[in-house]
Design a protein around this ligand. Structure first.
Ligand code: COA
Length: 258
């Protein structure tokens, strides 16, 4: 399947739906998909007939995060790499982004939500930021945004232990706007996106930029620094053991590293 089909887009009533569609790999994001996501967000910014982006996955999965094989075979190289283009487009989006999360939201599947404006989750959704357990470090500006949102200790628990957490817990923490029954997820997210689309667009853009204004520069710096650390971690013995363990379907053994 081509990237263009793995990332499907559709425009209706000012809402630009961007759907991650690689269910056989739990919507893991490969390089081509990051590129298609970046292109879709850029199109949403440039096309005047688009007023809101709506980001969703499939019923069983939002996204299982970065394709683990790509961590090994095609890590991001420079500022124009698809992953970084996607992160920039997400961070700098002037138009509102609504996310609808069903199933697993792992790694960047959770951290990207910190940049969205309205986030709806199915009651069955499960969130996880397993970076440390993979020998890696958090990304997408999450080391700045998460403690700002939920405080150091709760951010530390989610990031250092990397345990999965439920949709109600994500709502309690403020990572999602609201939790709804699975069957109501897309209708709810769609209705909110339509409501946003009917608002005066310039006032919406201004308000979004004012909400984010205090953070913009620090967020970009944090994101770039995290990526540098992340790339260094990818070739560390800890990450090599963790990624190999994923492919071998076994638990990693970190006892020999210190
Ligand atoms: N990258 C590459 N492949 C992935 C993947 C990822 N991030 N997540 C899942 N897959 C693949 C699995 O290898 C499996 O492929 P196979 O059928 O060829 O063996 C397939 O998708 C189905 O995954 P599976 O683990 O069997 O599904 P599950 O329902 O039991 O679990 C997840 C779903 C998302 C909880 C689990 O797949 C998972 O933890 N994935 C890794 C998430 C991760 O660590 N992401 C990186 C974050 S930095």
């Amino acid at each position: 399947m081509h990237a263009v089909e793995l990332i499907q887009t559709e425009q209706q009533d000012g809402v630009f739906t961007i759907r991650i569609n690689r269910p056989e790999k739990k919507n893991a994001l490969n390089i081509a998909m990051y590129g298609a996501l970046a292109d879709a967000l850029q199109r949403a910014e440039e096309d005047h007939s688009i007023r809101v982006a709506l980001l969703c996955g499939t019923d069983s999965c939002f996204t299982s995060g970065n394709d683990i094989a790509d961590f090994v075979n095609s890590p991001p190289t420079g500022p124009d790499s698809p992953v970084l283009r996607f992160l920039r487009a997400l961070m700098l989006a002037a138009k509102p982004i609504v996310a609808a999360v069903s199933g697993s939201a792992v790694g960047i599947g959770t951290t990207l939500l910190l940049h969205c404006d309205l986030v709806y989750a199915a009651d069955t959704a499960v969130f996880q930021m397993p970076f440390v357990g993979l020998g890696l470090c958090p990304e997408a500006g999450s080391t700045l945004l998460l403690p700002q949102l939920i405080g150091h200790q709760r951010a530390a628990e989610l990031l250092l232990l990397g345990d999965p957490f439920s949709a109600p817990r994500a709502e309690q923490l403020g990572i999602v706007t609201a939790v709804v029954p699975q069957a109501d997820l897309l209708p709810t997210a769609w209705a909110k996106a339509l409501q946003l689309s009917a608002q005066p667009a310039a006032a919406v853009r201004l308000t979004k930029s004012l909400l984010k204004r205090g953070n913009t520069r620090e967020l970009q710096e944090t994101c770039m620094f995290e990526i540098k650390c992340f790339l260094e971690r990818l070739s560390s013995p800890e990450a090599r053991e963790a990624l190999q363990a994923f492919f071998d379907h076994r638990k990693p053994d970190f006892s020999k590293f210190h």
